[in-house]
Every structure is written in C-alpha cells, then in structure tokens.
Write a protein that binds this ligand. Sequence first.
Ligand SMILES: C[S@@+](CC[C@H](N)C(=O)[O-])C[C@H]1O[C@@H](n2cnc3c(N)ncnc32)[C@H](O)[C@@H]1O
Length: 347
Amino acid sequence: MEESLRPGFAGSPSNALPAALRAALAERLDGLARKELRTRAMRLSEAYRARQPSAGTIRDETDALAYALSRLPATYAAIAAVLGRLRDEQTDMAPLRLLDAGSGTGAASWAASAVWPEIAQITMLDRSRVFLDLAAALAASSGRAALTGADHIEADLTRLPEPLPGADLVVVAYALTELADTALPVVAESLWSRVTPTGALALVEPGAPRDHIRLMRVRDRLIALGARIVAPCPHQADCPITGDDWCHFSARLPRSRDHMFLKDGVVPFEDEKYAYLVARRVGDPAGNRIISPVRVAKPGAMARICGPAGINETITLRRDKPAFDTLRRKDWGDAVALPRATPEEIA
Ligand SMILES: C[S@@+](CC[C@H](N)C(=O)[O-])C[C@H]1O[C@@H](n2cnc3c(N)ncnc32)[C@H](O)[C@@H]1O
C-alpha cells in the first residue's frame, strides 16, 4: 500500500528558539571552544541517560551553556508545542503570572512569554544556582519586562518555600524526571496548590515509557485533588494505554550549526519526543486526541485516536470528504472530533 507518513509534529516555526534568546546565547558562547562544549554536552547526556540529576553535572556556567546549546532548543520546542495547544484549546486562559518550576535556563519562561506576551510576572525556581544565574543573564537581553524582571528563587521542588505567590500558569518541564518516585505526589500537590482558580498546571516530560508511567501516577493524584485533566487526555477515566505502549508526542525543531556539531546531527532538524499533562479547575478537554502521526494512504487518512471510549485506530475514507479532509489536515497531538468509519465501509 502506497502510504505517505507525515512528520507528525506541532510544526509551527514558533517551536524554534526566539531570536532574542539565540542572540543572548551566542553572546555568552562567544570565545568558548566548541570542542570543550561538546565534551561537556556528551557528559551531560550520558548523565541524563544514567538518570543522574542535573545537580551532579551542572557545576559551572560552561556546563549550563553546554545544556543550553544541546538540550534547550528541544525542551523549548516541546514546551512551546504544549503551551501553544493550551492557548488554542483553553481559550479562556489569559495568564499574567508564571511559575517556571525546575526552570533550568528558563525554557518555559521564554516559551510562555512567546505564547502569552501579556504575562507580566515570572518566577523561575530551581535548586541550581548555576542554572538560575545563566537564566537571569539570558533573560536580561530579552527586551521583555517580565523576563528581565523575573524573580529567581533557589529552592527545592520537594520543599517549596513559603510564601510562594500563586500563579495563573505553573510549568514544570523536564524536571519531574529528576525526582524520586516517592516525591512525585508531594510535588504535584504543592505545585497544584499554587495554581490560581482559572489557571493551569502544565507538566512536560521526556516522551519515554518511564516518564509516561510517572505522569499517569501524577494524573491520578491530581484528579484525587479535584483537578480536571484538560490535555492531552480527553477524559478523566483511567488511561487506556497499557503494556509496552506509552502516550507521547513529537515537536520538530530546527538545528543550528553548533547544535548539529554538539549532537553529531546530520539533518538540520530534530524531533523531540515529549509527554505532558495539563490540569485545571475549570474547562474541558478540547476533543478526542490524536496520539500517533496521521498517515494518508489510498483508502483514506488514519491515526490512533484516544477518546472517552478508549483508543481507536481511526480511518476516514477519501469518499467521506469532510471527515477525510479534517483528519488529513491534523497533526499528531491535535484534538479532533470525528465520526469513525465502520469495518464494512472500509472493506
Ligand atoms: C533537565 S533540566 C530542565 C530545565 C528546564 N525546565 C528545561 O525544560 O530546559 C531539570 C531542571 O530541574 C531542576 N531540578 C531537578 N530537581 C530539582 C529539585 N528537587 N528542586 C528544584 N529544581 C530541581 C534542575 O536543577 C534542572 O534545572
């Protein structure tokens, strides 16, 4: 069967680092040997693969810059994809105050500011002084008052400082993955308690089986606390994904020359796999969720779709033009409401 596999990504150019952040990074990188950065970046990725937390590997600004060059473009792309969808799906959201928890170099702060330029107050919280200092230095050149004036709090997610102001948007990106299993419910609960009544808690994690399982535990905890999961899940019931499968999505990002050198890249783009959850006190999921790339083939357009009744391999036939057009224009991760073709129609 002739089949074209679409790249399956939230493919907007806004997944690329903002020009001001690229320029601020380039300024800090000026004069630093790329070979040294590459050695540090390789050490970092080995440490992440071995599940060692950032604390042991980010010892000075050069380490933090190696992270910013090798990982920040990808974490930014995933966060921007999640927040872009959140803005499109939860149209009542108008966050003014952001808590970027486990901020690292501030990927979520930059992404949220790009999605909601009206964000006026940003708090970056991390236990790494080195990361916070680089985040502050990068934000200083942003030209955005909220970023230049951000608060930087050195603190542990497992013991959030009091008082920590409430936020309309709390983002924890690629940080839960560094916590012990036992810490997850406590951290989820204390971050959730900081979310304002019309706000949202967005958790973005690597798109790996382990992180999916951990996010589902956090999901259970948040639902028990009265949260509504508005994305990606289209329902509040148990996750229907079982066995070796896991819920994840993909964001495509452009690679700079430095990024390609650091990561031995041969193509000028990278696909970052991520998993995520968004919890709110108000709002409903936007629809069923496409949880695979959309494939367009002879009979029609196909994708796996998660809905309240579980997961279905959905086919929209070419002869059913409106439904076919709807699905073929969608991407992996989009919300969709579609009637399904019956087996008799497909035959
Ligand atoms: C992989 S980095 C992700 C940084 C950033 N959010 C991003 O998406 O690029 C993980 C971050 O979580 C922070 N972190 C890990 N455990 C933490 C804890 N218990 N308390 C505060 N920050 C923590 C690390 O210092 C690091 O900055």
